[in-house]
Design a protein around this ligand. Structure first.
Ligand code: ADP
Ligand code: MG
Length: 294
């Protein structure tokens, strides 16, 4: 049994339909920051209760550097508490908004990390089904190294200490996750319309490829500052998706051919024409074979 009194609450860092997330420090034990997601039981529908059970089960199972780490979970009469590692860089949505859009290089780095997280999820036959920038968190890890006379971000003297902050992407919010193989067909609607695969939005059957559409939308938003169908209401979004309105890749930006191909092959309305996981993990834009291990 816990309540928020066992933590020093530093600040509120996020909220959703039935949860509030706080940056906190436990009063006992380790003093590192944690994020505490507080879910109010009274606000949960029957389906919401199932979602939170799924979220906890999935997070308990997954230990990977690109998946948020759940440290503990508790409950009392009013709330459920998920205690997670605190991701100091906030979420990717805020990161993109601050910068308007990201360079191809940064976008590539984030997508590589997201792809490694997805590779791990796929190895457990798991689909996230709510991938969006708000559910991708950034961990900023300071790295210190001594460099003599080179170019670096923080110069002190000729003998410089390089302080390099690395943004690591971690996937969070597993409330909608499902075990889906490539041929497992489901048709319950979950997720956020802007990032949701057309087959899900139109209430058709879907499979594990639904997450790949969302990755395409995330990549598009990183590069152009907004999701491809971002203007208009939910109804307009459905109309444009139903009409398979083509997704325009603005050509004023100098994107590499690999990057354009990556976007085009993910943002296919028809899941049969969309890139499959094998091609995704081997795509030259991601270049996963050459991702240095940190
Ligand atoms: P919901 O299920 O309500 O969408 P999330 O788990 O996605 O809840 O959390 C909501 C927001 O809180 C996220 O978009 C993010 O901005 C912030 N957040 C969640 N978990 C963390 C964390 N571990 N570290 C830092 N910020 C977090
Ligand atoms: Mg969320």
């Amino acid at each position: 049994m816990i309540d928020l009194a066992s933590f020093n609450i530093i600040e509120k860092i996020g909220s959703g339909s039935y949860s509030t997330v706080y940056k906190a420090q436990p009063k006992s034990g380790l003093k590192e920051y944690v994020a505490v997601k507080v879910v109010e039981q009274a606000r949960l529908s029957a389906r919401g209760k199932d979602d939170i059970v799924t979220e906890i089960k999935v997070m308990r199972m997954l230990k990977h550097k690109h998946i948020v780490e759940m440290k503990d979970f508790k409950w009392d009469a009013s709330n459920i508490y998920i205690i997670m590692e605190y991701c100091d860089g906030g979420d990717l949505s805020t990161f993109i908004k601050k910068r308007c859009k990201l360079s191809e290089k940064i976008c590539q780095k984030f997508l590589q990390q997201l792809a490694l997280g997805l590779q791990f999820l796929r190895s457990h036959s798991l689909s996230h089904l709510d991938l969006k920038p708000q559910n991708l968190l950034l961990v900023t890890k300071p790295k210190l190294s001594l460099k003599i006379g080179g170019r670096c971000s923080y110069s002190c003297t000729q003998r410089m200490v390089v302080v390099k902050y690395l943004n690591t992407v971690v996937v969070t919010d597993f409330g909608f996750a499902q075990f889906l193989n490539d041929d497992t067909q489901k048709n319950s609607i979950r997720g956020s319309p802007l990032y949701m695969a057309p087959e899900m939005l139109l209430n058709k059957t879907y499979d594990a490829k639904a997450d790949l559409w969302s990755v395409g939308v995330i990549a598009y938003e990183c590069l152009f500052g907004k999701a491809p169908y971002s203007s208009g209401s939910y109804e307009e979004l459905c109309i444009r998706i139903r009409a398979k309105a083509p997704i325009v890749i603005p050509d004023h930006t100098r994107l590499s051919e690999e990057c354009k191909d990556f976007l085009r092959r993910l943002l296919q309305h028809d899941p049969k024409s969309r890139m499959n996981y094998e091609d995704f993990f081997q795509h030259s834009f991601l270049n996963l074979e050459y991702v240095p291990s940190e």
